[in-house]
Design a protein around this ligand. Sequence first.
Ligand code: UDP
Length: 330
Amino acid sequence: MRVLVTGGAGYIGSHAVKVLRQSGHEPIVVDNLYRGHREAVPADVPFYHADLADGPMLRQILSRHAIECVMHFAALAYVGESVMEPLKYYANNTAGAISLLDAMRETEIRRLVFSSTCATYGEPERVPIVEMLPQAPINPYGRSKYFVERILADEADADDRFAYAALRYFNVAGAAADGTLGEDHEPETHLIPSVLLTILGRREKITVFGTDYPTPDGTCIRDYIHVEDLCDAHVAAMAALKPGDRRVYNLGIGKGYSVREVIDSAQRVTGRSVKVEYGARRPGDPAVLYADASKIRAELGWEPRYREIDDIVATAWNWFSRHPRGYASG
Ligand code: UDP
């Protein structure tokens, strides 16, 4: 299938481009390069440096390439930043999606796979999180994505041939197994990259945000899913979409690891020790988040290949140890 990948120069989008090509599809990338990297997209993949706000450009790309499905990754994804600059999140994530949907409607393209997030659940009333739990996001980032999910449902009400899958990601981690792609964020705030950059000497220490949570070791528990497993799920969701489908799936491995366990894993995998500081809680962090991903497993036959944190961290280490300065390392 010819697939428009928005945000295809970003961390997850670039891995999606790779997985799409490996599974016989033809990706076309649009990215505004605000946080993406041109080097992350192979030279022989059509690339457009454009913003989602540019409707005429989107329409041109969609029709020029006779796009059959859109995978929509382009978005901002820092919770803290979203609290400080909410308009930036609603403009990029919510209005950006509206502009894209509008262009799709004009060009009669009716198939979309959307990057949603477990942040749309807010503080869940129980774990593991199932898709039917109420969505009550607690920050602008989660709300900016939640609104898009609602808009997709409305669009499906208005056009019974429109089909979408909203995939609610848990903690996406790791890097391409062959070492060609990886995570390169500025600023980098995620746990696994932060620990590995500290081990590489790029940072002085890793701070554990909170040790008094009601968990076995007192630190927060999260569900880390490998980026390639996540992208496989996108390809499976795209293949399953029939006119009128509204599919919503959690994407995690269904198992949680604590912050302490992730740090221990990084030390095992790298064979190096890291300086750890125990600090205060980070505002807005729920204690325990992990997915019940049985719906996508049952309906699409998707299974994560990576289930152990050491295996996920090893792929991230493979990338960071060879690219300590990200794509700028060459
Ligand atoms: N975390 C931490 N120190 C860091 C970065 C993250 O203790 O330098 C914790 C954070 O509080 C959370 C977990 O690690 O419990 C995962 O955080 P991350 O930012 O990677 O993802 P999030 O769960 O916020 O999407």
